[in-house]
Design a protein around this ligand. Structure first.
Ligand SMILES: [Zn+2]
Length: 207
């Protein structure tokens, strides 16, 4: 199995080439090229979320833990009579640490539970789901940026799936869906919906 660095290198290379082309042919500019490059590179490592010891998985756990910790710290330091806030610094630190540990563990557990390696995150809808979600998130940046991000997002994830397939001489990473029919149906439906929104939204004139 190609490792994290291979996937990162390949998606970074593909993204750099495409962004350079977009710059030359369409004058992408910022933030389009920066966001598109990010979408491509991150897409290249995304599928390994379903590998139990992968770097993207650990990263998700850390991000979830930090989010929970900062939410708890924000709550604890707010000035309010309820729960005797603001708390003393040591109490805040302990509460934030507890939140981090708890949410980190929960996130890892949930993602591991819903995925098997080369499962859902290594199937055909994922490049489109990822690109659609990313494009939706940055839809306020205008059409050019949305299109650039969408294309790089799709290509980024595909570099991963294709590399896995070539390296192992197996079409498994390029499967249409998983063996779970209902999960696959929901996945494809959600993917179609997200992409419809992402690609239509920037073209609705703001009255
Ligand atoms: Zn993989």
């Amino acid at each position: 199995m190609p490792n994290f660095n291979y996937h990162l290198g390949a998606s970074a290379l593909a993204s750099a080439v495409l962004v350079a082309y977009g710059e030359a042919a369409y004058g992408l500019g910022q933030p389009a090229s920066g966001l598109a490059f990010l979408a491509g590179v991150a897409g290249g490592v995304l599928p390994d979320l379903d590998s139990d010891s992968s770097i993207p998985l650990r990263f998700s756990g850390i991000v979830a833990g930090l989010g929970a910790a900062s939410a708890v710290a924000g709550f604890a330091m707010a000035d309010s009579g309820v729960f005797d806030r603001p708390w003393r610094p040591l109490t805040v630190a302990v509460a934030a640490l507890a939140a981090f540990v708890l949410f980190n563990a929960l996130t890892l557990k949930v993602i591991k539970k819903i995925t098997v390696h080369r499962g859902l995150f290594h199937s055909f809808p994922i490049p489109f789901l990822y690109a659609g979600v990313f494009a939706l998130l940055i839809s306020s940046q205008g059409r050019k940026t949305v299109m650039a991000v969408w294309i790089l997002g799709v290509v980024g994830v595909f570099t991963h799936l294709v590399m896995d397939a070539v390296r192992d001489l197996s079409f498994n990473p390029l499967k249409f869906a998983t063996s779970d029919i209902s999960a696959s149906t929901r996945l494809w439906f959600g993917t179609a919906l997200v992409n419809l929104l992402a690609l239509i939204y920037p073209f609705i004139p703001l009255s």
